[in-house]
Design a protein around this ligand. Structure first.
Ligand code: GZL
Length: 364
């Protein structure tokens, strides 16, 4: 897709120190940090109550408004449009939207929001509406990774820069969108496998409740999980995989089928907390006791972390939804002409029986 490049700026290339500043994110930390968790040590002390810092993905290229073909604007006088993908029944989405709203309010930036209610066709029309309403900049939390061309063309025609958060769109950075800010979903899968190996002793049969199809989160969380099992616990076999569409209802339905068809299943990896909580409901309904089947989930919602405290869930890998500060910092730096990373990784914590109780209040 061609973009007219308006070289409206003679930019001194900002030094990389501006880049480092652009990705500093201060947020209330909630669980043991990725570094602690990666060595597999149980967290005994409270998680670092300090800061969580996002970082440019190793090897990330940068983008400037000049290279992108945008125009320099003052964020304070701009209108930002935010497109949320899924209905806000899922605490991940509630927290994600709230983070965007809080940061806009903190910065005094006018914000327009839309929610696609988990319907991709609606998300496309939502973004078209945001452009029609005069959004100067867009932050998009995509439902799917493909099918974005109409939006990219419409935004480019109006020279409206896009920052994508959370899930990836299959397009070109610093051309179709400025930056992509997200968790490392493959690493989340690896860390979930570590917790599953610990919970099950590394032997037996496990099931995966897959996320919804058509996005990178599901494929990458599955990839990381399977890679780690093969690497560290080849006797822990995945014998069942079925999507629960990232919803609690479907997660419960699929788990009810699972325990009928695989009565010897030892563990369930749910690719998000909502499905994991659905699995807990199914096990309770089948008369199982807490811990009979080990459950590991991803997100870090309050109910799932309570499930760790109650013994129904063995571990939760956080998927940090607090994109607000980082998304607006990226927009601010970009519109001022600074270099911004094309790929930014937000740091995630984790919960297990070593820290869930003391850190419960920090889950979302
Ligand atoms: C992950 C996000 C996922 C959450 C789910 O960043 O895309 O979508 O893990 C949500 O809870 O449905």
């Amino acid at each position: 897709m061609q973009r007219t490049t308006h070289r409206s700026l003679l930019l001194a290339r900002p030094v990389l120190v501006a880049l480092a500043a652009a990705v500093a994110l201060t947020a209330t930390s909630c669980a043991k940090s990725e570094d602690d968790a990666s060595d597999g040590k149980k967290s005994t002390a409270a998680a670092d109550a300090g800061q969580k810092v996002a970082k440019p993905k190793p090897g990330s290229k940068t983008c400037t408004v000049d290279a992108y073909g945008g125009k320099k604007i003052d964020l304070k006088s701009a209108t930002v449009g935010f497109s949320q993908s899924e209905k806000e029944a899922n605490p991940f989405r509630i927290a994600e939207t709230q983070s965007i709203k809080d940061e806009a309010a903190k910065r005094g930036v006018k914000l327009l929001t839309a929610n696609a209610q988990s319907q991709f066709s609606k998300q496309i029309s939502d973004v078209q509406d945001l452009l029609a309403k005069g959004a100067d900049l867009l932050v998009i939390a995509p439902l799917n990774s493909d099918g974005w061309d109409p939006v990219l063309q419409a935004a480019a025609a109006k020279q409206v820069p896009i920052v994508t958060i959370d899930r990836k769109i299959n397009a070109t950075a610093c051309k179709d969108y400025v930056s992509f800010i997200a968790s490392d979903f493959v690493e989340q899968g690896r860390r979930a496998a570590d917790q599953m190996i610990e919970a099950t002793g590394g032997k037996g049969e496990v099931a995966i409740l897959l996320g919804s199809a058509g996005n990178n989160v599901t494929t990458e969380r599955t990839k990381g999980f399977k890679e780690r099992l093969a690497e560290k616990a080849p006797d822990l076999k995945v014998v069942f995989e079925q999507t629960g569409d990232f919803t609690r209802e479907k997660g419960q339905q699929v788990t009810e089928q699972l325990i009928q068809s695989k009565p010897g299943i030892k563990g369930i990896y749910a690719e998000n907390d909502e499905m994991g909580l659905g699995a807990v409901a199914a096990l309770k309904g089948a008369g199982k006791k807490a811990g009979d089947i080990k459950i590991v989930t991803v997100d870090g919602t309050r109910n799932a972390v309570q499930g760790v405290v109650d013994g129904w869930i063995s571990g939760v890998i956080e998927s940090n939804p607090r994109f607000g500060p980082l998304a607006f910092q990226t927009l601010d730096d970009f519109t001022q002409g600074k270099e911004v990373p094309q790929d930014i990784i937000i740091q995630d914590g984790a919960y297990d029986d070593g820290n869930a109780e003391q850190d419960l209040g920090k889950a979302y």
